[in-house]
Write a protein that binds this ligand. Structure first.
Ligand SMILES: Nc1nc2c(ncn2[C@@H]2O[C@H](COP(=O)(O)OP(=O)(O)O)[C@@H](O)[C@H]2O)c(=O)[nH]1
Ligand SMILES: [Mg+2]
Ligand SMILES: [Zn+2]
Length: 305
């Protein structure tokens, strides 16, 4: 990536300015400059010859027609491609689809691996009976030691006030399974957004291609990207040896493991396994960790261009 000293660039003339990509659709970028004016631009041809095409969230240098340079990225999520994220809002539903700790732990791994702060949102609380919901909340207390957890419903409107202060000056992504309620929640948080939801698009006969392009919306003083839903959560970009530190509860406990680099599987005097036996680690969390470690060990490399 070519890094430019912005002051030098601005000295070159008045036509070159700095902005943030907020939308990409069919090769056409929307870039907002520092006065919040939108520009419709294409990427300069040279990006085609590198693997570094500009993506939504990139801060870029541009002229009247083209994006010229990408400024240094803080991080990048590959699928969907979004750069410079401050936080990821993991949307998981109580029902339809059923709550899954496995899915939650998979999302947490992917997000922690990119050094993005996760926030856990449990949607559709109206669809779960009181007893079942209380049990779920009790299990999720374990996660609350490390992460913010919010319970919401677009029907009862539970929890929707808790979002007001979350987005200010931040770039956030709504991540979660298709149908978990991402777009619906965004619509409730800001009725001007009018995002398509599954229910509505089905009624229009458009099937499930609800959120195709990448776009960020202004919400409570920040920018939020809705995503098409990750139906395939794979770990091809993650190395087995990096997984233990991405489980932040295990990372905290690992200072008391006998071996440095302990994978918390078969090593003797492992503090994670000890705390699991003592009931201080959520069993389903450890089970998911083992499944993910096995999956990453067994996965075949895939070939990308
Ligand atoms: N009962 C109930 N249904 C919801 C809630 N949130 C979303 N839904 C429904 O769940 C379906 C999928 O929602 P959508 O926002 O499109 O999910 P997305 O794919 O994650 O964006 C739609 O039919 C919504 O009406 C909720 O809080 N309660
Ligand atoms: Mg959606
Ligand atoms: Zn260990």
């Amino acid at each position: 990536m070519i890094l430019l000293n912005l002051n030098e660039v601005l000295d070159l003339g008045g036509f070159i300015i700095k902005g943030l990509i907020t939308k990409l659709i069919g090769g056409l970028y929307t870039v907002k400059d520092e006065s919040n004016i939108s520009h419709k631009l294409k990427a300069r041809g040279k990006f085609r010859h590198t693997n570094e095409s500009p993506v939504v969230g990139d801060r870029v240098i541009f002229d009247n027609d083209f994006i010229l340079e990408i400024l240094e990225r803080k991080n990048i999520l590959n699928r969907p491609p979004i750069a410079n994220l401050d936080q990821a809002i993991i949307i998981t539903s109580c029902k339809e689809p059923d709550f899954s700790f496995n899915l939650l732990d998979r999302f947490l791994l992917l997000i922690e691996h990119e050094n993005i702060t996760p926030i856990i949102v449990v949607t559709k609380t109206d669809l779960m009976g009181e007893q079942e919901l209380n049990k779920l909340k009790n299990d999720l207390k374990y996660y609350e030691r490390y992460y913010k957890v919010i319970y919401t419903s677009t029907v009862s409107l539970e929890g929707t006030n808790e979002f007001k202060d979350l987005f200010h000056n931040k770039i956030s992504i709504f991540a979660g399974q298709t149908g978990a309620g991402k777009s619906s929640l965004l619509n409730v948080l800001d009725n001007n957004l009018n995002l398509k939801t599954n229910g509505i698009s089905k009624a229009l006969g458009r099937g499930k291609h609800t959120t195709r392009h990448s776009e960020m919306y202004e919400l409570f003083g920040g920018l939020v990207a809705d995503t098409p839903g990750f139906s395939k959560l794979d770990f091809f970009d993650i190395k087995e040896e990096n997984v233990p530190d991405c489980f932040i509860d295990f990372f905290e406990l690992s200072s008391e493991c006998k071996f440095r680099g302990c994978k918390h599987l078969n090593e003797p005097k492992c503090n994670v396994k000890k705390q699991l036996e003592l009931g201080n680690v959520l069993p389903i969390r450890y089970r998911n960790y083992k499944l993910i470690m096995e999956e990453i060990r067994d996965q075949k490399p895939i070939y990308r261009k």
